[in-house]
Design a binder for this molecule. Structure first.
Ligand code: SF4
Ligand code: SF4
Length: 316
């Protein structure tokens, strides 16, 4: 067990408005930074029964934002029906889905872009660099080329365009023992390069700091730089990020319906500290007074400009 992260001892949950739903760890890619070690051989997939429990919880607790992640959510056979049911819940103001883009080019999943557009689903996609070589090193051969192809398709449906409400966001995360650069500056550089070289557009860039867990930790350990990275995270601690940590206003649920403070605590198996932390057994009011589980991996969310699933927490 890692040591407790004492700088967070006075933090309390705010009202929970976002439910991040991890639909399963099966993925068509095996990115080197993946904190879930997701890949084609993973078999964990959310069942329709667990989805029913999530729908009930969302409705009963007035959740306003849904964030669907994985793995590759498109690989779950129930995903479309699940999204259609989520759309019927009045309290929900926005549904975001995290796509790896590459899957949208596979013939059996090629109808997803139209489905997402028709249902006004916000899309957030990993594109850890605007340079082909760097993306392919981090995510696999031809991932960049296939990502550009998928973005072109999404742009043609209105995603990222000024005259529509279809939001398309990109996610940057660094390679190696480094913190992300300034989010606003990098967004400008991404937009300029991708427009001029590939004629593709998007709305927002989110910079995310890698947590020293999962495949990223293995990679740094192999490179003998894990200690250097952990020291960098600690020495870059910025207290201004504490009040904005995403775990204070969201919950994460795994493929079995188990609840966590965030996706990273899910990857580490740190469920919310209650006897039966399953979504069909708890109410939001039960969770409100439970402490968030903070350990040393949380330095990654607090370093520099901070980090969350929607990018940096403070600006420079
Ligand atoms: S980072 Fe995303 S796309 Fe890459 S292996 Fe993990 S779940 Fe799949
Ligand atoms: S990893 Fe980040 S989001 Fe998760 S509990 Fe720690 S500080 Fe909060």
């Amino acid at each position: 067990m890692p040591t407790c992260f004492d700088k967070t001892k006075n933090l309390k949950r705010k009202s929970i408005n976002t439910l991040q739903i991890n639909i399963g760890y099966k993925c068509n890619l095996t990115c080197e930074h993946c904190h879930f070690q997701a890949g084609p051989l993973r078999t964990e997939q959310m069942s329709w029964a667990v989805m029913q429990d999530i729908l009930k919880f969302t409705q009963e607790n007035n959740i306003s934002n849904i964030d669907i992640t994985g793995g590759a959510p498109e690989l779950n056979p129930f995903i479309k029906d699940f999204i259609k049911e989520l759309k019927l819940i009045n309290s929900i103001k926005n549904i975001n889905l995290r796509t790896n883009l590459v899957i949208l080019n596979a013939p059996e999943y090629s109808e997803f872009p139209e489905f997402f557009a028709k249902n006004s689903i916000e899309l957030t996609a990993s594109l850890p660099c605007y340079l082909e070589e760097n993306v392919d090193k981090q995510r696999g051969n031809e991932v960049f080329k296939n990502s550009v192809k998928a973005i072109k398709k999404l742009n043609s449906l209105g995603y990222g365009q000024e005259n529509t409400s279809l939001q398309l966001n990109m996610v940057y995360n660094p390679r190696g023992a480094k913190l992300p650069p300034d989010q606003q500056d990098l967004e400008k550089a991404y937009k300029k390069y991708l427009k001029s070289e590939y004629n593709i557009i998007f709305n927002n860039l989110y910079t995310i700091t890698n947590l020293p867990i999962g495949r990223f930790k293995d990679e740094l350990t192999l490179q003998n730089s894990i200690e250097e990275y952990e020291n960098l995270l600690k020495s870059s601690f910025n207290p201004n990020n504490l009040g904005n940590l995403m775990c204070l206003s969201q919950l994460s649920v795994d493929w079995q319906g188990k609840l966590y403070d965030c996706d990273f605590n899910q990857a580490l198996g740190l469920a919310v500290p209650t006897d039966n932390p399953y979504i069909d057994k708890v109410k939001l009011t039960d969770i409100k007074d439970l402490p968030v589980i903070f350990y040393e991996h949380c330095y990654a969310c607090c370093a520099g400009n901070g980090s969350s699933c929607t990018g940096s927490l403070t600006s420079t």
